[in-house]
Design a protein around this ligand. Structure first.
Ligand code: GDP
Ligand code: MG
Length: 650
């Protein structure tokens, strides 16, 4: 059994592409966790989608064993890096003292257990970062020496400081000729509030400086401390924080846990406090980084427990697992604080292309939510498309990743509506309480609405000062205002702006990148609802309102968008055997119309002879469509039309 004093738990946080996963690779190699011949770049990016897109979307824990090499310079414990948010009387500072007093590290032969969690950098996955922060005591804050401090560096540092973590500032990519090592060290030390001497400089790619960094983790990051003081830690009842989970067809729900108190043994009767669910610990183990079964997990460790639970909704991130006491009585323990619920900011309808897949889709969404606690879903009737789900996401990239995972990992063919934000409706009738509406189609008639408010975001940008003018026009174009601009280091600015979220989520980032030649970075947080001059734009196809095509938007834009959308739909919608009228209405008044002429269509006309089976398939599909049409008397809208509309941005 490892002494708790020889455990170190830490995360690597950084702006996207600053080298987190590459640094993790070097650590896996140095500690011999992954054999050299099995090593591949960004090893911890395990999901095929992560490898393809070259980004991390999931946090990934891994346990490593590190023996301090004899020749390693034992870092000086006095050079403890002060944590900015540190209050001398806080829990945190006690933890730091504990770390500094722990003299075990002076024994260079000692083996240490290092639990590393690699995290995503993109703002859409910040919930992954914040959850992993609660499972560790330290954070490596990595900054690319060719880029300097970026918007997500600031956002992630802030989160780590709030958690009271020990922060180890590291400058990466010093091997690159374009790296500005000294300047970046200056900048980072000023940001963290430490001496430039306490900033580590490494090349994650070549491995330079990574070994001293491992030693620094052992020396600077405090070992796990019992969440409650008093009793001998190992005798205390189990309290394990569920920070993530996954579904396995054989083992049921596998909860990823950080043991805060006590011990978790294979075969224990366990109990999930928030959902009042009992289970058996079928398998207990660590991440190596693949699941590696063992006998038990003890206080301070990070690992997993397989529960056999088949209902994904019974296991929630942030829940506390405890054991049944002697005589199978539930232990009387206090639940851990858990996590704040994350609020999705972007909503879209998801529906199966084939209605027969509806149940499978619900099942898949439930399982995927275990691994991605940041999205939400509720059933929705999507008009001509049949049944589907209204789902909430943290941003557009998050939405795309969820849709793509449903396609690949669950084999579902699905379509997505245009994404939108949630709105707050204040009623004409002053006695009625304001409500939040997640879909334009759920808005009440305009004569009942006093006003509609929409979410606003605070946008943080880091950019070279020569782009300030261009960024100002961009913010104004997005109906926002610049609220602050300060010099960060050298000629770079930290600019803060406020703008409606609907503008921020669409293509703000792409445009920011292009006007700044790729130099600007950005992150955003919600700052609440503000009233705006907003109206409801509806699209009617053959006289029927199409819920998933409706949208709330500024009145100044509704007319143009309404016309453009009809024109695009006229092109995108397949012709029917009868003429189809398309109409756009704003607050109930028709503002534009188009007609799709009737056509007897030959669905195989684009195919040159040849493969008859493929033709048969298309004819069959058409047959099915017609049958449905006859049954419902409605127009068929191929699900991909919605996707194309959102791509063409009208
Ligand atoms: P993450 O998004 O922070 O996980 O970043 P990755 O580890 O995926 O790295 C992003 C890119 O930077 C990859 O192409 C890496 O090969 C590259 N990279 C990471 N560290 C270094 C380094 O020290 N030197 C150089 N030259 N490239 C690096
Ligand atoms: Mg990564």
């Amino acid at each position: 059994m490892t002494d708790t004093r020889h455990i170190r738990n830490f995360v690597i946080i950084a702006h996207i592409d600053h080298g987190k996963s590459t640094l993790a690779d070097r650590m896996l190699e140095l500690t011999g966790t992954v054999e050299r011949r099995k090593m591949r770049a960004q090893f911890l990016d395990m999901n095929p989608l992560e490898r393809e897109k070259g980004i991390t979307i999931k946090m990934q824990p891994v346990r490593m064993i590190w023996r301090m090499p004899n020749h390693a310079e034992i870092p000086n414990p006095k050079s403890q890096i002060p944590n900015k948010s540190q209050d001398p009387n806080s829990e945190n500072s006690k933890r730091l003292e504990f770390g500094a007093c722990n003299l075990e590290f002076a024994d260079s032969k000692q083996e240490f257990v290092l639990n590393l969690i690699d995290t995503p950098g993109h703002a859409d996955f910040s919930y992954e970062v914040s959850r992993s922060l609660a499972a560790v005591e330290g954070a490596i804050l990595l900054v690319d020496a060719t880029q300097g401090v970026q918007a997500q560096t600031l956002a992630n540092l802030y989160l780590a400081q709030q958690e009271g973590l020990t922060i180890i500032p590291v400058v990466n990519k010093i091997d690159l000729p374009s790296s500005e090592k000294e300047k970046t060290i200056e900048e980072l030390s000023a940001l963290v509030g430490c001496s430039p001497n306490d900033v580590y400089a490494i090349s994650a790619k070549e491995g330079t400086g990574v070994e001293p960094l491992l030693s620094a983790i052992i020396e600077k990051v405090p070992p796990p401390k019992a969440a409650s003081d008093g009793a001998t830690p190992h005798d205390m009842p189990l309290r394990a924080l569920v920070f993530d989970s996954k579904y396995d067809p054989y083992l049921g729900v596998i909860a990823h846990v950080r043991i805060m108190d006590g011990t978790l043994q294979r075969g224990d009767r366990i109990y999930f406090m928030a959902t009042d669910t009992g289970a058996e610990a079928l398998e207990v183990g660590i991440f190596a980084p693949a699941r590696s079964p063992g006998e038990s997990l003890q206080k301070g460790e990070i690992g997993y427990v397989a529960t056999g639970i088949k209902e994904p909704e019974r296991v929630r991130v942030g829940d506390t697992i405890t054991t049944y006491g002697a005589g199978t009585k539930k232990q009387s323990v206090t639940a851990l604080p858990g996590y704040r619920e994350v609020a999705p900011v972007v909503f879209a309808s998801l529906f199966p292309e084939d209605q027969d897949d509806y149940e499978d889709m619900r099942d898949a969404l439930g399982k995927l939510r275990l691994e991605d606690a940041a999205f939400t879903f509720t059933p929705e009737d999507a008009g001509a498309l049949g049944r589907g789900f209204r789902a909430g996401f943290l941003g557009l990239l998050h939405m795309e990743i969820v849709a793509e995972r449903l396609r690949r990992e669950y084999g579902l063919e699905l379509a997505l509506s245009r994404p939108s934000v949630a709105f707050r409706v204040t009623w004409q009738d002053a006695d009625k309480e304001a409500v939040t509406i997640y879909s334009a189609s759920r808005l009440p008639p305009s004569n009942e609405i006093a006003h509609i408010a929409e979410p606003w975001a605070r946008v943080e940008m880091v950019l070279p000062s020569r782009f300030l003018g261009a960024v100002t026009s961009l913010v104004i174009g997005a109906q926002g205002v610049i609220t602050r601009a300060e010099t960060l280091a050298g000629d770079r600015l930290h600019v803060e702006a406020e703008a409606p979220l609907r503008e921020v989520i669409v293509d703000f980032y792409d445009r920011l990148k292009s006007i700044s030649q790729g130099f600007a970075s950005f992150s955003y947080t919600l700052i609440g609802y503000r009233a705006g001059d907003l109206v409801r734009l509806d699209i009617l196809v053959a006289g029927e309102e199409q819920a998933v095509l409706g949208e709330v938007m500024p009145s100044a834009r509704a007319y143009d968008v309404g016309r453009q959308r009809l024109a695009a739909l006229k092109e995108l919608l397949p012709k029917e055997l009868f003429a189809v009228a398309l109409q756009a209405s704003v607050d109930g008044r028709i503002i534009a119309r188009e007609t799709i002429p009737a056509l007897k269509k030959d669905v195989t006309s684009h195919m040159y002879g040849g493969d008859r089976t493929r033709k048969m398939k298309l004819w069959k599909k058409q047959q099915r469509g017609k049958k449905w049409l006859k049954e419902t008397g409605r127009v068929t809208i191929p699900p991909d039309v919605f996707f194309k509309l959102h791509r063409t941005n009208v």
